[in-house]
Write a protein that binds this ligand. Structure first.
Ligand code: NAD
Ligand SMILES: O=C(O)C(=O)C[C@@H](O)[C@H](O)[C@H](O)COP(=O)(O)O
Ligand code: ZN
Length: 355
């Protein structure tokens, strides 16, 4: 068992990285303060893990809420249906909510936890690669709005994150690949040695070698935990975790939520950011090639949809949460492993890479 800490004074919490779920019962006991627990999951995930989670929670008064599956359900309507359930069941303020699933379940559950009776405890049990390396850590909770991605939400930290690496065995390959996009992101923005490690372990990652996966998930969580501990509410450094997302969120919204997976849109967006970086004389052509090769080896897209042009990107980018004084801000790469926040990208410059 490996554990890391997100250091946020009284809101600090552990991330446990395990290769099975045998310790979950005792870990949950450490972090649940009363008898009442509500597990929030979805129609795909709950049947896979219902026995394991019920066993781990056998000492509690547990209720289950099941969402429909898909990014298109990361909405205020889903948020409201969970709220109605909690109120109808007369769930009290001492409840612990458990998010069992991928980033969609985690982001909605976190947002519900941040506002139900003005805030209740929640624990993340992420079951996708993307949620294990990224969304379960850091306390960004949200739902989408038709006008923009993650537009309604809160910064609200979980009490703990419990990762069972072996839970990825049932994940469809396309979803696994989407998680790899966020993994590659950490190498690009913070750690060129880790990027090289990924290049050298493509086969082991694809085969879901548990030791390689545990190392990779641990390194991603460590990078994210360090950044979040320094800048919880994205006043500065945390924006670097948004590498590829200014483009990516525009792609997701323009294509209709769920059509391009979040990780797929981020993969294409990171290549676009890399190209912009190169056109400024920063990232080398060889490093763009290394990035596209690594993403392509997991069948990830390395360019945006052919149907999108400058206008369709700008429409969404202007609503990005990083916009400051009506200026779109991008995360670019000075070099492989070194990201930088940039606010002087002109529409003309943007157009050169949106072919
Ligand atoms: N809060 C953050 O910091 C943050 C970071 C990155 C992404 N996100 C958000 O996360 C979401 C994407 O998360 P995701 O990629 O996990 O998608 P997801 O939650 O939609 O899960 C992907 C698919 O895998 C299924 N699934 C989950 N676990 C499974 C398992 N073990 N076996 C079989 N099927 C399983 C789900 O039912 C779903 O169909 C997006 O909404 C994105 O905006 C948030
Ligand atoms: O944790 C962060 O900070 C991130 O930016 C991680 C991203 O991978 C994630 O997709 C996040 O939800 C995007 O945040 P947003 O503020 O751009 O909605
Ligand atoms: Zn993301």
């Amino acid at each position: 068992m490996k554990s890391l800490t997100v250091n946020l004074a009284e809101h600090s919490y552990p991330i446990y990285i395990e290769q099975d779920s045998s310790n979950f019962k005792s870990l949950l006991k450490t972090h649940i303060k009363a008898k009442q627990v509500v597990v929030i999951s979805n129609e795909t995930v709950l049947p896979i893990f219902s026995t394991a989670i019920s066993d781990a929670l056998s000492d509690y008064d547990v209720r289950f809420f099941t969402l429909p599956d898909g990014e298109e359900y990361k909405t205020l309507a889903s948020y409201e249906s969970i709220m109605s359930f909690l109120l109808t069941e007369q769930v009290g303020r001492d409840v612990t909510l458990i998010a069992l699933g991928g980033g969609v379940v985690g982001d909605i559950t976190g947002f519900v936890a941040s506002t139900y009776m003005r805030g209740v405890d929640f624990i993340q049990i992420p079951t996708t690669l993307l949620s294990q390396v990224d969304s379960s850590v850091g306390g960004k909770t949200a739902v989408n709005h038709p006008l923009g991605k993650n537009m309604i939400g809160a910064f609200y930290q979980p009490k703990a994150v419990l990762i069972d690496v072996s839970s990825l065995q049932t994940l469809p390959p396309r979803e696994f690949a989407a998680g790899v996009a966020e993994v590659v992101k950490y190498g690009l923005l913070a750690d060129s040695v880790f990027f090289e490690y990924l290049e050298e372990h493509v086969a082991q990652l694809k085969a879901q070698d548990l030791n390689v996966l545990s190392y990779v998930i641990g390194r991603c969580c460590q990078i994210k935990a360090e950044i979040v501990s320094e800048d919880e509410k994205e006043q500065g450094k945390r924006a670097l975790l948004n590498l590829g997302h200014t483009f990516g969120h525009a792609i997701e919204a323009e294509q209709g939520y769920g059509n391009w997976l979040h990780g797929e849109a981020v993969a294409a967006g990171m290549v676009q950011a890399a190209q912009l970086s190169h056109s400024r004389g920063w990232l080398s052509l060889n490093d763009i090639k290394r990035t596209t090769s690594l993403l392509e080896s997991f069948d990830l897209p390395v360019q945006g949809p052919a149907s999108m042009n400058l206008e369709s990107y700008l429409k969404h980018m202007k609503k990005d949460k990083k916009v400051l004084a009506q200026t779109i801000r991008f995360i670019l790469l000075k070099s492989l492993g070194q990201a930088i926040l940039v606010s002087d990208v002109s529409d003309e410059e943007l157009k050169t890479i949106l072919v």
